[in-house]
Design a protein around this ligand. Structure first.
Ligand code: PGA
Length: 252
């Protein structure tokens, strides 16, 4: 057993109206069984952050932004800053999700700027990295993940393990129903931790590395049984309280 407390984070993506978001947050809060071991965080769309913050108040459950701009304020129509996310009650911010990279052209350089901005305001980034299907099939998984990590974390300075969360999300497993096997995931997680040791030294042992990509109540326990898998970033299965609560339960 590692000393890292698992983190189970729900990424609602572009789902949920205000009322739907309130209900789902309430159901998750009320459905948690006493004695669960994990930390739990919800990442609703920006429009529902304030409402979900109210639902979660006093519960210990964390709130997360799904993305952020890298400046604190300015003429950036449509964007949301880390200061605003902190103000609304976020503890975490997802940075560099593959959908941001794929559909919005986010580069490793941009991810690096966002990580710095999030850390600067005292929030904890959940930085996503992962290979495409072609990269996996071509045998480039570790090279790609290593490159994303090195560029993403460059010039971040000394961090404690608690300041950073990583999420390994193979692009081919996101929303497809194809999950990496626990062995496939563990291989990459162990590699990520070995690189983290070069960046952060001993603090690398405290960084939580989540797995994401078609996590369900059925596969969560076997994934999280692996030595370097410290929780999950959950998309589809987080949109219904029963399946999300099932994952939290499976995490122990
Ligand atoms: P999924 O999404 O669980 O629907 O595969 C995970 C994610 O994109 O974070």
């Amino acid at each position: 057993m590692s000393k890292r407390r698992p983190l189970i984070a729900a990424n609602w993506k572009m789902h949920k109206t205000l009322e739907e978001a309130r209900s789902l947050a309430r159901e998750v809060r009320q459905g948690l069984q006493p004695g669960f071991n994990s930390e739990v965080a919800l990442a609703p769309p920006f429009t529902a952050l304030a409402a979900v913050a109210l639902e979660l108040a006093g519960s210990g459950l964390g709130l997360a932004g799904q993305d952020t701009h890298w400046e604190r304020q300015g003429a950036f129509t449509g964007a949301i800053s880390p200061v605003m996310l902190k103000d609304v009650g976020c503890r975490y911010v997802i940075v560099g999700h593959s959908e941001r990279r794929q559909y919005f052209g986010e580069t490793d350089r941009l991810v690096n700027l966002k990580l710095k901005a999030v850390l600067e305001v005292g929030l904890c980034p959940i930085c996503c990295i992962g290979e495409s299907l072609e990269e996996r099939q071509g045998g480039h998984t570790l090279a790609r993940v290593g490159q994303q990590l090195e560029h993403g974390l460059s010039d971040l300075g000394g961090l404690t393990g608690a300041q950073l969360v990583l999420a390994y999300e193979p692009v081919w497993a996101i929303g497809t129903g194809l999950t990496a096997t626990p062995q496939q995931a563990q291989e990459v997680h162990a590699f990520i931790r070995s690189l983290l040791r070069e960046f952060l030294g001993a603090a690398a042992e405290d960084v939580r590395i989540l797995y994401g990509g078609s996590v369900t109540p059925d596969n969560a326990a076997s994934l999280m049984a692996e030595a370097d898998i410290d929780g999950a970033l959950v998309g589809g299965a987080s949109l219904k309280s029963a399946s999300f609560l099932g994952i939290i339960k499976a995490a122990g």
